[in-house]
Structure formats: structure tokens, C-alpha cells
Design a protein around this ligand. Structure first.
Ligand code: COA
Length: 374
């Protein structure tokens, strides 16, 4: 058997035409399009189309996919009934995972596993995840869910369903940018989980349910929530350096730092840092940005680690007014586009994903009858 690598670091596990990541150069592309170009010129809808179809859409194709997304936003009423039954203390990621899993039972066309049917499921799941997230925030607070907008973009619709008010253009645009930056990232843990599940020929819902479970952990998407909790604990700019000093002395992991692949600045963090600064100015509260800068400098100097995508998205989402524990679900509202693109690719070129484990347990163990075991 070949050498065992814990955590599969640098192991190339599949071919893919979706996302390329150069950790030494800090370069990220979706189907060859530079993430900085997408950040400057694209929209979440256009980016999703690119991931699903491996080509930038024409205006007509973009209009079509936007229409399809808008038309797929509503939740089955019985799923909403089910959500009312869940304990209000459930975490938003647990509820999201449960509802995506339950959605499979409402798919009247479930026997149809053609590419066209799975593509429609990709569109549907992308459209409906923000509706689940917002519906849960309302339901857990004893309010009726707000129906999704019949038109308007993914970001605006999410903000609207959470507050019942149309967001300002800056916030909508800022969230749209954050969604573009989070939409895909090669074979990250949640995408790998989705591909492993799809590789057994389980359905799209099963694959995305696996992905949501993997994203929820604090070493992956769950890090953004932990970052804002840390900033709130620090509370004031003057405490930031001593807090991080002490945390590193205690050998704690600082959430939002480090990456398995990047050895340079995470190109997504570049945009989110700028957005955090701008939002601080706009909200007349630069505390979170200033604290973040101090922490970033300290961790870089003392551990050589760079901020990753989750570090600045935390303060960005906080200043946009999102409840803290929705942070990881906002990540899912975007990454679902990448997950589903990878699931479609897996089905198209499928081979069961089944690696080996190097056995390090005892070679021979005598079977002792239960009454004779000490
Ligand atoms: N804070 C403090 N130390 C960190 C660290 C962090 N955020 N990330 C890595 N390190 C240290 C480890 O303690 C380890 O040090 P050691 O060799 O002295 O034990 C070394 O860096 C390598 O860490 P390792 O866990 O082997 O790297 P990895 O590639 O397996 O982990 C992450 C990658 C992302 C899981 C890791 O950097 C991390 O836990 N980051 C915080 C969580 C996070 O932000 N996740 C979102 C990722 S986008």
C-alpha cells in the first residue's frame, strides 16, 4: 500500500474542471476565470451558472437561470409545518441539514436521475437554501416565515426574507460579492463529502445533506461563527493583542487563520478585508475591523499564518446585521452552487470513491467468550 497521509494532505483524489486553486501563488479560478474578475464584474447567479455549465452565460442564459432560481424559492408548506415542530434551540445548521434531507421526500420526480433532472435539483437547492435559513430564523423567534421575493437576486432575497425589509443597495451588493467568493473551493471537506456520497449514486439531496454536515464543523465553515464570537469576547480594540497573545500561549487555535492549501494570502480574504473596513466606516463602528487587523498582524508575526475566508466574513456578516449563529448557513447559501456543480461532475464521470486505511491495530486477537472476559 502507498504511504499514508493523515488528512489526505496534497493527495489528488479526482479530476475536475470546476475550480483551480494554486496555494503557492494564492490564485483561485472558477473554470479558469480569476476570482478577482468575478468579484469585480460578476454576480452570484452568473457565477453559479459558470460552475454548473463550465461557461459564462450569454445574457439570455443568465436571464433564464435567474428566472429558474426565482421560481424555485418557495418551500413545500409541509416542510414549514415540520420546521415548527423542531426545538427552537436547534442550531441553524442542524435545521438546514434536516430540511435539505427532508426535501428529497417532496421530489415527485425522484426516480429521474438524468442530468437535466439533477441540474434542476441543483437550481432548486440553491434557490431554496436561503428560504430555509430565513424561515428558521423567523420560526425560532415565533414569527411566520416571510415568503421569498418573486424576483430580485439571491443576496437581496436572503436579506429581505430575514428582515421583511428591502436591503440597501450597498448591503445587497456586498453580500452578493461574499456569495461569489464562497461559491466554490475545489476539494474542500464539504465538497469532498458531497462527491463521496454522490459517488455511491445516492441522490443529490443525500450529497448536499452530507456536505452541510461537513461544513458545520469549526475547522471548516463553522469557523466564521467562532471568529465573531471571539471578537465579541475581546470587546475592545485595546484588548485584541493581549487576548491573542494569551490564546496562543494556551496553544489554542485561532479561528479564521491557516489553510490546508494556501501558503499566501487567501485571495477571498483580500476582498472581505476591504469590505469589513468599508462597512465599519459606513456603520460608524470600525471596532471589528480594527481588532481584526491587530489580530491578523499578530498571528502572522508570531505563527506565520494568514487570515482565511472565514476571518473577515465574520465581521462583514455581523456589520450587515446577520444573527451570529446564521454565519455558517450564509456560507451554505453560496457553497451549494459549488457542491451541486461537483455532484453533477461526479455523476458524469463516476467511479465509487473508496480509499483504504492502513491498519495499525493488533494483527491477531483471540476471540474470548464473554463470560471469560476480565
Ligand atoms: N491557530 C493556531 N495554530 C494553528 C492554526 C490556527 N488557526 N492553524 C494551524 N495552526 C498550527 C497547528 O497548531 C500546527 O502547529 P504544530 O505543527 O506546532 O502542531 C500547524 O499550524 C499545522 O496545523 P494543521 O492542523 O496540521 O494544519 P491543517 O492543514 O491540518 O489545518 C486548518 C488547516 C484550516 C484546519 C487549520 O489551519 C485550522 O484549524 N484553522 C482554524 C479553523 C479555520 O479557520 N477553518 C477555516 C478554514 S478555511
Amino acid at each position: 500500500m502507498s504511504t499514508t497521509i493523515d488528512g489526505l494532505e496534497d493527495i489528488v483524489a479526482t479530476h475536475s474542471r470546476i475550480c483551480d486553486l494554486d496555494g503557492k501563488l494564492g490564485k483561485l479560478t472558477y473554470v479558469g476565470v480569476d476570482i478577482h474578475d468575478l468579484a469585480q464584474h460578476s454576480s452570484f447567479e452568473e457565477t453559479a451558472y459558470l460552475l454548473w455549465n463550465s461557461v459564462l452565460p450569454t445574457q439570455t442564459q443568465l436571464d433564464e437561470v435567474k428566472e429558474q432560481l426565482c421560481a424555485s424559492r418557495a418551500l413545500p408548506p409541509r416542510l414549514i409545518d415540520l420546521m415548527w415542530l423542531l426545538p427552537t434551540t436547534s442550531t441553524p445548521m442542524d435545521v438546514l441539514r434536516t430540511c435539505v434531507s427532508a426535501l428529497s421526500t417532496f421530489d415527485a420526480d425522484s426516480h429521474n436521475t438524468s442530468h437535466a433532472a439533477n441540474y434542476q435539483r441543483a437550481v432548486h437547492l440553491t434557490a431554496v437554501i436561503p428560504t430555509i435559513v430565513a424561515a428558521w430564523d423567523n420560526i425560532r423567534n415565533g414569527r411566520e416565515p416571510i415568503a421569498p421575493l418573486p424576483d430580485g437576486d439571491h443576496a437581496t432575497n436572503l436579506l429581505y426574507m430575514l428582515s421583511g425589509k428591502m436591503p440597501d443597495a450597498y448591503t445587497s451588493h456586498g453580500l452578493d460579492l461574499a456569495l461569489i467568493l464562497h461559491a466554490d473551493h475545489e476539494l474542500n471537506a464539504s465538497t469532498f463529502a458531497a462527491r463521496v456520497t454522490a459517488g455511491t449514486l445516492a441522490d443529490v439531496y443525500a450529497a448536499i445533506t452530507s456536505a452541510i454536515g461537513a461544513l458545520s464543523g469549526s475547522l471548516h465553515g463553522g469557523a466564521n461563527e467562532q471568529v465573531i464570537r471571539m471578537l465579541l469576547r475581546i470587546g475592545d480594540v485595546s484588548n485584541a493583542e493581549s487576548y491573542i497573545h494569551d490564546a496562543l500561549e494556551r496553544k489554542e487555535r485561532i479561528m479564521g487563520f491557516g489553510h490546508r492549501v494556501y501558503r499566501t494570502e487567501d485571495p477571498r480574504a483580500t476582498h472581505l478585508r476591504a469590505m469589513s473596513e468599508e462597512l465599519g466606516k459606513r456603520t460608524n463602528d470600525t471596532r471589528w475591523y480594527e481588532m481584526s487587523r491587530i489580530i491578523e498582524k499578530y498571528v502572522k508575526e508570531h505563527k506565520g499564518l494568514n487570515a482565511n475566508v472565514d476571518f473577515y466574513s465574520a465581521s462583514v456578516y455581523y456589520m450587515m446585521g446577520f444573527p451570529i449563529d446564521l454565519d455558517t448557513t450564509i456560507f451554505a447559501c453560496s457553497r451549494v452552487a459549488g457542491w451541486t456543480a461537483h455532484v453533477l461532475e461526479q455523476y458524469a464521470h463516476n467511479r465509487l470513491i473508496r480509499p483504504r486505511a492502513e491498519y495499525i491495530g493488533p494483527k491477531v486477537t483471540e476471540y474470548v467468550p464473554i463470560e471469560k472476559r476480565g
